[in-house]
Design a protein around this ligand. Structure first.
Ligand SMILES: [Zn+2]
Ligand SMILES: [Zn+2]
Length: 292
């Protein structure tokens, strides 16, 4: 039984994840210099929630080893293709797209071309391999992959809070890198740190003040933007010279690692100027640029 002393090592994402993330994007867009882009991403999250709600609830068997979804990759790819096509069909009506973006979406992708984009997203999520053509089709492919993998972890029959052994390197469910860390508030987990998967949004336990990129705990430092540093901080490591962001529910209970990351790009600039390299992906952006 879980107690205040034994923390669950794994937290499943909520079924309403994308709805909450959409609300967070819209909240963060208020009086933000990147308001149109953050609002567009909020609408993208609405599309993700609609697609997630429409996916079949078919139980999936967990693999015996990690990552638990390994055996299902090909069926998840097929599902991601369908979700992509549904999103691409309605994107032009739902977002304010540029002419070039609308033209790209009007030309349907072959299954092979779409698979290439989805594979590029999965690879980037796993090891930060750069994505060659970061355009609107790649952004929708990323959103489709998140939708399908998020849905899949919820079909594995795991308890919402469970205690499998986890390691800091990669998501126990899908093997992807985290988008960042979240420091929890309330529910007997106050102050406990979890990493949140950039692809499926599963959260897994990690010790605090410990670099999840290289495992060092010697030269960890925290940098924040004035006025925001109670909610988002960059955790820098002097050993590997990498950083990832830490999102504090204690500063704002509604903080969302994906949305709050993209609303604090000024922090990435600040940390980059001190020669720290970002060590984790955010699948809704690529190398500091919104989709072309
Ligand atoms: Zn995952
Ligand atoms: Zn490190």
């Amino acid at each position: 039984m879980l107690s205040q002393i034994t923390q669950p090592t794994l937290l499943l994402p909520a079924g309403t994840l994308f709805e909450s993330r959409s609300a967070r994007f819209r909240h963060l867009a208020k009086s933000h210099s990147l308001a149109p882009w953050l609002t567009l991403l909020g609408t993208l999250c609405d599309l993700q929630q609609e697609q997630a709600d429409a996916l079949a609830r078919t139980p999936l068997t967990a693999s015996e080893d990690f990552p638990l979804l390994t055996a299902h990759t090909s069926s998840l790819m097929a599902s991601a293709r369908s979700v992509y096509r549904a999103m691409a069909a309605s994107a032009a009506q739902r977002f304010g797209l540029s002419e070039a973006q609308a033209a790209l979406l009007q030309t349907p992708l072959s299954d092979a071309a779409l698979d290439e984009r989805l594979q590029a997203i999965l690879l980037h999520a796993r090891d930060m391999t750069p994505i060659e053509d970061w355009d609107i089709t790649a952004l929708l492919a990323a959103a489709a992959a998140q939708t399908v993998w998020h849905h899949a972890v919820r079909q594995l029959g795991l308890a919402a809070e469970s205690e499998p052994p986890v390691t800091p390197e990669a998501c126990p469910c899908c093997g992807s890198l985290p988008v960042g860390s979240i420091i929890m508030a309330g529910d007997g987990k106050a102050g406990v740190r979890y990493l949140e998967c950039s692809l499926c949004a599963t959260r897994w336990h990690a010790v605090r003040a410990h670099c999840s990129l290289c495992d060092s705990d010697k030269t960890i430092d925290y940098l924040g933007l004035e006025g925001h540093n109670k909610v988002v901080q960059a955790e820098t490591c002097g050993d590997c010279h990498g950083y990832q962001k830490v999102f504090l529910q204690t500063g704002d209970i509604r903080v969302d690692p994906v949305a709050d990351d993209l609303a604090t790009l000024a922090l990435d600039v600040l940390v980059g100027e001190r020669d720290y390299a970002r060590g984790v992906p955010n699948l809704l952006m690529h190398e500091g640029t919104p989709a072309a």
